[in-house]
Design a protein around this ligand. Structure first.
Ligand code: GLC
Length: 538
């Protein structure tokens, strides 16, 4: 094999605590992870009871989706009190105990912060509604008079990400902005009170011991001056490709800079990860400049097509762009907002095979990787949830855009629902679990050396053991069409066949791990379709 390109992200310099540059971070959708109190809904007690599993899996940190006081119009992304825990999920004491126990298990803890909008039940919004037009209470949100003779038309043409206009009118005639559900009014970040409040919220959780924040809609917050029209409908479909007056505005970076200063004032390398959708990878890199957030989710990787050219292109672009600003790349295949990748990659046996290969590819790349709960079990999207259970507000946009199917609870054990998600005797989880999930349970997969779980555990074990994995450089190697091959420092090679036919290539070394059976004969290896393998090379 000949070396083609050398790409690198700068290696950690000096500071041994830059843990986040190559951390594997496990996303816990709290509602669906583990139910500790037996009400059919996951909670903090449930997470605490599974820390052993997570440290055994070999991840470095957990990211908990919002567990704060919330009326749950968007399942917790509508926060009514940023400094408290919703009774559904437990208490503040449970949160503190979870952080403490996680640290004892060697796991760092990242929590979500939702700064673009509050819940309509937040004390601030309630006060704003009460206070009436022109009151200072309204200046914390984006209230405007309507257009049209009687103000009966929304102030501009902005659309909600969840479908329909981004404005709702109050009985007193004023309209308020909500880029998401009407129950999620947007805050006005022109108002210094909003800045002060959020810095205080961050301090509250940092003082409680969390290791960082995942910043929800980190590209929102600041809106273009004068709130200009977009000029066309169907804005949701343009998300991510077009510059919109309500996303990715330059002013948003000032907030991230201020938060970075705050994070840096705490000991122990506390981090921020931006959920930022930017039109280009270049624009995304701005969020991870050295004085802004530490990481940003790489949704371009998540949306890559299953073929070698698409993956190579997005990997090269991601590394080059993050490298420009000295940040690590991140790699993510699934989360609580998208169809699970087993299903996206074709579902059934095909989807599973590809998901196995994708896991090895992802964990071999330079930078930090995110694992969404259940992907280590190979869970598919649940496509046939009974209508009466579907409550995701995004279904308003289009029923097929609903996100319930990737939020079905985790099967832990036993042959029947709720598969150990809830304590024995509890019949129904908040979203029903497919009766066929018994063989996918953690308990079943721990017994099966060929399971997806076994593959993740072994890959994560090797990732810790092999010095070249994680942060550092990647060197592309020559490989047949439809395949990818790259080397990492310290004698490691990853080969991936993304094509539909087996591919033959020279043996790169001693086989460490493969997502499917590979045959080595003479000096050649035959990689079956949709297969990745890790090698110790000379
Ligand atoms: C983010 C969250 C998503 C939520 C939205 C509004 O995209 O990941 O679940 O609905 O923000 O807060």
């Amino acid at each position: 094999m000949t070396e083609l390109v050398q790409q690198s992200t700068p290696a950690a310099t000096g500071d041994a605590t830059r843990w986040w540059r190559d951390a594997v971070i496990y996303q816990i959708y709290v509602r669906s992870f583990a139910d500790g109190n037996g009400d059919g809904i996951g909670d903090l007690l449930g997470v605490r009871s599974r820390l052993e599993y997570l440290s055994g899996l070999g991840v470095d940190a957990i990211w908990l989706t919002p567990f704060y006081t919330s009326p749950m119009a968007d399942f917790g992304y509508d926060v009514a009190d940023y400094r408290n825990v919703d009774p559904i999920f437990g208490s503040l004491g449970d949160a503190a105990a979870l952080v403490r126990d996680a640290h004892r298990h060697g796991l760092r803890v990242i929590v979500d912060v939702v700064p673009n909008h509050t819940s309509d039940r937040h004390a601030w919004f309630q006060a704003a509604v009460q206070a009436g037009p022109g009151a200072p209470e309204r200046a914390r949100y984006v209230f405007r008079p309507g257009r049209g003779e009687q103000g009966e038309l929304p102030p501009n043409d902005w659309e909600s990400v969840f479908g329909g206009p981004a404005w709702t009118r109050l009985p007193d005639g004023e309209w308020y902005l909500h880029l998401f559900a009407p129950e999620q009014p947007d805050l006005d970040w022109e108002n210094p009170e909003v800045h002060a409040e959020f810095e205080d919220v961050l301090r509250f959780w940092l003082d409680l011991g969390v290791d960082g924040f995942r910043i929800d809609v980190a590209h929102g917050m600041v809106k273009a001056a004068g709130l200009p029209d977009v000029g066309h409908a169907d804005q949701v479909r343009m998300l991510g490709t077009e510059v919109l007056p309500y996303f990715d505005q330059d002013g948003v970076h000032e907030i991230h800079r201020a938060w970075r200063r705050l994070l840096d004032s705490y000991p122990g390398e506390r981090i921020a990860v931006a959920e930022a959708w930017a039109p280009t990878i270049d624009r995304l890199a701005r969020y991870v400049r050295p004085d802004e957030t530490h990481q940003a989710f790489n949704f371009h990787y998540l949306t890559a097509n299953w073929d070698a050219a698409s993956f190579r292109a997005v990997i090269e672009e991601s590394l080059a762009t993050a490298g420009l600003v000295g940040a690590p790349s991140t790699w993510v295949l699934s989360n609580h907002d998208v169809k699970r990748h087993v299903t996206r990659y074709g579902g059934g046996e095909l989807g599973l095979r590809r998901a196995r290969a994708a896991a090895l590819l992802t964990l071999a790349l330079p930078g930090s990787a995110y694992v969404y709960q259940g992907e280590e079990l190979g869970l598919p999207e649940v496509l046939d949830l009974p209508e009466e259970f579907l409550r995701d507000p995004q279904r308003l946009r289009a029923p097929e855009d609903g996100r319930d199917g990737c939020r079905v609870p985790i099967p832990w054990a036993h042959a029947e629902p709720p598969f150990g998600f809830s304590p024995l005797g509890i019949a129904q989880s908040w979203l029903p679990m497919p009766a066929s999930w018994g063989p996918l349970s953690v308990e079943a997969q721990l017994r099966d050396p060929a399971s997806m779980l076994a593959l993740y555990r072994e890959a994560l074990r090797l990732r810790r053991e092999l010095p070249g994995l994680g942060d550092g450089a990647l060197t592309w190697l020559d490989s047949p069409a439809g395949t990818l091959a790259f080397a990492r420092d310290g004698g490691f090679t990853c080969t991936v066949n993304l094509g539909p036919e087996p591919a033959a290539m020279p043996v790169p070394g001693e086989l460490l791990l493969a997502s499917a059976e590979v045959t080595v004969q003479g000096g050649a290896v035959r990689l079956p379709a949709d297969c990745a393998a890790w090698w110790r090379s000379a």
